[in-house]
Design a protein. Sequence first.
Length: 114
Amino acid sequence: MTKFKLGFLSLLLVSNLSVAQCFDGFPNIRREHVDPYGFLSWSPLSLKTFLEGWLQQHAFLPVQIDGPFPDTFWVRGHCLAQIAALKGTDQAWLVGSEFGEALSEFLEAAHDPA
C-alpha cells in the first residue's frame, strides 16, 4: 500500500492541466495556476454533505487512503478531488485537480497483484 500512496501523491505534484472539465458544474468554483503544480480548483466553504453529494452525483468514486493521516480522495477518470473539512464544523472546501492520464488506470495498475 505504501507504493500506492507514494504514486498517488506524486500525481498531485506533477499536474499541469486545466481543471475546467472536472468541476465546471460546481457552483462558484475558482481556478488558479499554482507553480509548479499546475491548475487547481477550490469551492466556497460549503456543507460537507453537499460536497459529498455533488461528487457522488457526478460519478466520482471515493478512494480511502490509510496511514497516519487517513483521508478520502475522489476520482473520476483524470479528475481528482478532496474534501478539506474546517475543523470542528460540518463545513468544508472541495479542492481538485485534473491529470493527463486516467487515474482509474493508475488505480487499477496499483492494485494489480502481478
